[in-house]
Design a protein around this ligand. Structure first.
Ligand code: AMP
Length: 597
């Protein structure tokens, strides 16, 4: 990293904010934060050339929170964003960073949300308002949003606002802000119209652009997978199942994420350890030694902790969280392909972060190719091969005389063939981790963010019967019925239920089946086999401000009929636990070591 500032403590932030940063697990300021925070704290106007994924939200949120007068309940900060998703995300970031600022209020306002609710919240007062230009203009015209006390304006993703045709609205809004306010403009690119807005409304702005030096990294093969949020863990699991790995270094952004991900992988049977800046030097050294001497195969690390790491057996670098800039990326992937060996780097990129991918490609002067996500069938093929190899290795390495006798005995006592016995034993060993691909597509892995398509579907598909037929058409997967704790009385509609589930669980709306809305709850049919993570996440997802608190009711009606064998009573639904464990992948690396020993 190029910035001389390496600690948040050097940035003159107050103890409550420093405490928050400790809690959220940020180890050090990202380059854009190190460069912007001092200017914004000093009250300067600023032009920041930065894309999503660089940490730009904290780069403006932290200093602007620092400058707030919490006793004044008028809006003091206005952030304009191109989309409602970003408005919500930025508002959540403010809320999270302000957790130790008592009485702090942030309000997202965007089109599509009820005006009544927004008016009520605006009357109550908010220190920070984050909104899309159209809705902010509405409120300014109605005088329900008054900007007399405004101290700072942030234009977030200004080039996106230009692209979406909002730039005149931004101009209009800026004209209605007090002349002495501070303006921070963030944009990934600086086309002329953005420069014009900057010229018209910013006073002597400081310009921050993170320079990226180009570098060549020829021995490392680089691929990316477009995936985000909760799906990253599943994607990582798939990679660990199919890639031919010796050891892997997985990069995440925070200390908390390092610990959590290492624990999750450990729970799946991988020999894994975390490496982050909160660990003592001795512990860090021990972890690196464990990686070197094969007692740990995967290390989940933050950038700071992995600086300079030199372990030849690292065959893969997985960028689980995208780095802040190309320089960090180059450093990360330089941890593999050491000593002339071949190395592989895989980058997880959310759709919003695709720009960052292009920046990295430019800096490394190398293409990063999209990877073909391994299908269940490919995964099953790998498992089967490993299983066969394990049998051969065992035969080569172990004295099996006693077990020969056991098989002979069974053969004679029961008059069955050795082949049947072997098949039963294979089943016993592998039943927890099936060697066959699941027959029906279960939950389709997609990105968790709303796409145009899912948004459109959520808007257009409302009738339950229509939904049911579509779901049936698009998949033969077994359907489960779920209960959601939102109903008519909360204002829930099929659209917002579809929207919430499609966007938050990444379940393609085609796979969302019948929805019934009752007075105080609803039911929805979804493909069987939802992962425990998505299920837990969906409990907290809100529709009309109410958490869904999703719970399983059992197989959906048609499914129940299908499962019920003729002449028997109703079958008990498969327990979610067993469903989830059956789908657990079998770890490659761990097993490889077991075989070695
Ligand atoms: P942004 O570019 O603002 O969309 O931020 C991207 C992600 O980086 C968010 O998930 C932040 O929580 C995370 N992030 C921002 N700053 C830091 C930091 N200094 N250390 C670790 N993670 C960070």
């Amino acid at each position: 990293m190029s910035s001389p500032i390496t600690q948040f403590e050097e940035l003159a932030l107050s103890p409550p904010l420093l405490q928050t940063l400790k809690e959220v697990g940020y180890e050090s300021p990202s380059p854009i934060q190190a460069a912007c925070i001092p200017h914004l704290l000093a009250g300067h106007d600023l032009i920041g050339q930065a894309q999503t994924g660089t940490g730009k939200t904290a780069a403006f949120a932290l200093p602007l929170l620092e400058r707030l007068d919490l006793t004044n309940h008028q809006p003091q900060v206005l952030v304009l964003t191109p989309t409602r998703e970003l408005a919500i995300q930025v508002a959540e970031a403010f809320q999270s960073y302000a957790r130790h600022l008592p009485g702090f209020h942030v309000l997202p306002i965007y089109g599509g949300q009820s005006m009544t609710i927004q008016l009520r919240h605006l009357r109550r007062g908010a220190h920070v308002v984050v909104g899309t230009p159209g809705r902010v203009m509405d409120h300014l015209r109605r005088e329900t949003l008054v900007l007399d006390g405004l101290r700072s304006v942030v234009l977030d993703e200004a080039d996106e606002m230009l692209r979406m045709g909002f730039i005149d609205d931004v101009d209009w809004i800026l004209e209605r802000t007090p002349p002495e306010r501070q303006v921070a403009l963030f944009s990934a690119t600086m086309p002329e119209p953005i420069r014009r807005v900057a010229h018209r409304h910013l006073r002597d702005p400081q310009e921050v652009k993170i320079q990226t030096r180009t570098a060549t990294v020829s021995t490392v093969q680089q691929r990316y997978w477009q995936v985000s949020g909760l799906h990253k863990l599943d994607a990582l699991n798939r990679i660990l199942e199919v890639e031919d790995m010796d050891a892997a270094l997985v990069f995440v952004r925070t200390k908390t994420a390092a610990t959590e991900l290492a624990e999750r992988l450990e729970a799946r049977g991988y020999s894994c350890a975390a490496l982050h800046g909160d660990m003592t030097q001795a512990l860090r050294e021990r972890t690196v030694d464990q990686l070197k001497n094969n007692s740990v195969d995967i290390v989940v690390a933050t950038d700071v902790a992995a600086r300079g790491l030199d372990v030849q057996r690292i065959s893969h670098v997985i960028n689980y969280d995208i780095p802040y800039d190309a320089e960090a990326y180059i450093h990360r992937i330089g941890r593999t392909g050491r000593a002339g060996r071949a190395g592989t780097a895989i980058l997880f990129v959310a759709p919003r972060e695709m720009r960052m991918l292009r920046v990295i490609e430019k800096a490394t002067r190398q293409p990063i190719t999209p990877m073909q996500p391994p299908t269940q069938a490919v995964i099953a093929g790998h498992r089967l091969n490993r299983f066969k190899q394990k049998i051969l290795d065992t035969m080569a390495a172990q004295d099996l005389g006693f077990f020969h006798d056991v098989v002979n005995q069974i053969e004679q006592e029961q008059a069955i063939s050795a082949q049947d016995i072997a098949a039963a034993l294979a089943y016993l060993i592998q039943r927890e981790r099936p060697l066959q691909a699941p027959e029906a597509a279960s939950v389709k892995i997609t990105d968790s963010r709303p796409t145009q398509e899912t948004r459109h579907r959520a808007e257009s598909e409302t009738r339950p019967t229509q939904r049911r037929d579509r779901a049936k058409e698009s998949t033969d997967a077994a359907m489960m019925r779920y209960r959601l704790e939102v109903g008519h009385q909360h204002g829930a509609t099929p659209q917002n239920i579809v929207g919430a589930i499609a966007n938050e669980a990444g379940i393609d709306s085609r796979y969302i089946g019948r929805i019934e809305i009752h007075e105080d709850y609803s039911t929805v049919d979804l493909p069987d086999g939802m992962s425990a993570e998505i299920f837990e996440h969906l409990k907290k997802v809100r529709v009309r401000q109410c958490p869904l608190n999703i719970s399983r009711l059992g197989p959906s009606e048609p499914e129940r009929a299908r499962r019920r064998p003729a002449g028997t009573g109703e079958r008990v639904a498969r327990s979610p636990k067993s469903g989830a464990t059956e789908r657990e992948p079998r770890p490659t690396l761990r097993r490889k070591r077991e075989t070695d020993s």
